[in-house]
Write a protein that binds this ligand. Structure first.
Ligand code: PBG
Ligand code: ZN
Length: 325
């Protein structure tokens, strides 16, 4: 294929030609919309560093989920902020906890919506670490027991997918085993398989007030310099019974998405995290970038890298743009 016989520009000449040879398509079907649920009712509190995102009480979260469903978004991912935090994060597995209530309420209002729930303890512990501490260190196996309780309590509330996010060793196997034992073999697991220790989570930690009181998460989240290790993690989670493997963050980790999707034969999710959203919103607000085009280009790039599913705060915004186009 040599010039002048082959002229690549010929197929770029019109939108019709470009449509015919487009390799990656973005669809509302790809989106998962994260929601932050707080105690109370009638609460719809804006999150300062995530303009357009809110802390919702269960009733308001149900309305937001319903609006997402109206836009054709197939799924929401729930995060909870508890009434009270304690040393082990026991509200995470309370039958009447905010996430459990939100699952029941959203499934009742919109049974067709795929309800996923994040399962971790950093939002629930008074020290902000992702599990039980033993002599100041995260106790992996003790934390797994609480994780198993938490995902079963979500399953009892009617969740479709649990999303363990603590990057604890063996967390997928522990979730699968406890769900199966309690008769929830149909509840799926989306594993945060390659979750990096990232500065991109800053706005999220403000939203859920989960910054660790001391130290950081580099002892259990991944080093951002590594990619082979991500493939190893995702392969382990696949072997332990994950139904979806996730890479997080997305934008600075497109090579990781590619590497994992080449290696692991499961649906691949990518989480475009709070810092990614905040950067786009801040620059757009200043008029420095064209938000519509940046959002579409960014989400398409994440799909092109190999993600089947994108978890994004821009889901409703992008769904509206796609409906227009
Ligand atoms: C932990 C969790 C985090 C995010 C999702 N689940 C943050 C962390 O590890 O501190 C980040 C999401 C985002 O930044 O949008 N439960
Ligand atoms: Zn955590």
């Amino acid at each position: 294929m040599n010039f002048p016989d082959y002229r690549p520009r010929r197929m770029r000449r019109t939108e019709g030609l470009r449509r015919m040879i487009r390799e990656t398509r973005l669809s509302v079907d790809d989106f998962v919309y994260p929601l932050f649920v707080v105690p109370g009712s009638g609460v719809e509190k804006p999150i300062g560093s995530l303009p357009g995102q809110f802390n919702f009480s269960v009733d308001k979260a149900t309305d937001a989920a319903s609006r997402a469903a109206d836009l054709g978004i197939p799924s929401v991912l729930l995060f909870g902020i508890p009434e009270r935090k304690d040393a082990v994060g026991s509200e995470a597995w309370k039958e009447g906890g905010v996430v459990q209530k939100a699952i029941r309420s959203i499934k009742k209002a919109r049974p067709e919506l795929v309800v996923q729930a994040d399962a971790c303890f950093c939002e629930y512990t008074d020290h902000g670490h992702c599990g039980v501490l033993h002599e100041g260190e995260l106790d992996n196996d003790a934390s797994l027991e609480n994780l198993a309780r938490t995902v079963v309590s979500y399953a009892k509330a009617g969740v479709d997918v649990v999303a363990p996010s603590g990057m604890l060793d063996g967390f997928v196997g522990a979730c699968r085993e406890s769900l199966d034992e309690d008769g929830f073999d149909q509840v799926a697991i989306m594993a945060y398989s390659a979750k990096y220790a990232s500065a991109y989570y800053g706005p999220f930690r403000e939203a859920v007030n989960s910054a660790p009181q001391s130290g950081d998460r580099r002892g259990h989240q991944m080093d951002y310099a590594n990619v082979a290790e991500a493939v190893r993690e995702a392969s382990m989670d696949a072997a332990e019974g994950a139904d979806i493997v996730m890479i997080k963050p997305a934008l600075a980790y497109l090579d990781v998405i590619r590497a994992v999707s080449d290696e692991v034969n499961l649906p691949i999710a990518a989480y475009a995290v709070s810092g990614e959203y905040a950067m786009i919103e801040a620059a757009a607000e200043r008029g420095w970038i064209d938000k519509e085009r940046i959002v579409m280009e960014t989400l398409t790039g994440i799909r092109r890298a190999g993600a089947d599913i994108i978890i994004t705060y821009h889901a409703p915004y992008a769904a509206k743009l796609l409906a227009k186009s």
